[in-house]
Design a protein around this ligand. Structure first.
Ligand SMILES: O=C(O)CCC(=O)C(=O)O
Length: 278
């Protein structure tokens, strides 16, 4: 844990080798590829999403295997330390980079937050390799140390980037200030499949809207920790309430933190203990 956090602080990223075993990895890969066929997923044809890349958003409700990832013991604890324990899921995306894809273009995932750079980590992007990531098949390109840069990159200056090569089952965890992008795929037939599982601190608006993306009857059945990570519990006992109740209570789930303002003093910013500024 400490090594991963130290690497993220120094380089802006770390890699958890073998975060998931071959069985889960293969099941996720096969499920994504089956969904691509069933849903007739085609490249969206723009630079951000790719011209030869298949993408699928909102994975959590689509199959139970995807529900393991946002709360996985080998990744979430690192993200919780990097951001905060009440961090929430910002989105999930499958990204299958196909032969002939060009460089996506360097960017920082939290570049939409106009809060000045560098800043304390606010967002964390984790990329789960479901196939081997190689320089040739489109491994994520990263610029080590760029999370400390005050500005934004030239999207096309790939000379400063290196490929995050990793074997299937490994996870790249980034401070989302890091300059990175999907790599070009120069192979003839080797698709590069990664899952993007992204988190933000609990007070941010998320990139994908979980409340409207996930059927309430599913949310009711999810484990408590998953509901929390999906933002269905109140942030610090206050933020996100619906007439004083948590979204979890509104969809009929048991809620650990049901009522805004009645939270205990150690989680209530208006209470005596307050909340440490971390
Ligand atoms: O596909 C990848 O490796 C990275 C994609 C990415 O950076 C993005 O879509 O924002």
């Amino acid at each position: 844990m400490q090594d991963h956090l130290a690497r993220i602080e120094r380089d802006g990223y770390t890699v958890v080798e073998g975060a998931i075993g071959p069985e889960l990895n293969d099941m996720l890969r096969d499920t994504v590829r089956r969904l691509f066929v069933e849903l007739d997923v085609q490249p969206r044809g723009n630079r951000a999403e790719g011209f030869a890349t298949r993408r699928l958003y909102n994975l959590v409700p689509r199959h139970e295997a995807f529900r393991e990832l946002p709360i996985h013991d080998n990744v979430l604890p690192v993200v919780e330390q990097l951001l905060e324990p009440e961090c929430i899921l910002s989105g999930t995306t499958a990204m299958d980079i196909g032969p002939g894809e060009r460089l996506q273009g360097l960017h920082a995932d939290d570049g939409l937050f106009k809060i000045g750079r560098p800043h304390r980590p606010m967002m964390s992007t984790t990329i789960w390799a479901l196939t081997d990531f190689t320089a040739e098949n489109g491994a994520t390109r990263i610029v080590p140390g760029s999370h400390r840069e005050p500005g934004h990159p030239d999207p096309d200056d790939d000379s400063i980037a290196i490929p995050a090569e990793m074997s299937a089952g490994s996870v790249l965890i980034m401070d989302s200030q890091l300059w990175h992008c999907g790599g070009p795929n120069t192979t003839a037939d080797d698709w590069r499949l990664g899952l993007n599982v992204q988190y933000v601190r609990g007070f941010f608006r998320t990139q994908q809207n979980q409340y409207l993306s996930i059927p309430p009857e599913q949310v009711r059945e999810y484990p408590q920790r998953l509901r929390e990570v999906l933002g269905f519990e109140l942030y610090r006992g206050i933020m996100g309430h619906v007439d004083g109740a948590s979204p979890a209570a509104v969809v009929g789930a048991h809620s650990a933190k049901a009522t805004a303002y009645s939270a205990s003093s150690d989680t209530n910013p208006f209470g005596d203990a307050g909340v440490a500024d971390t």
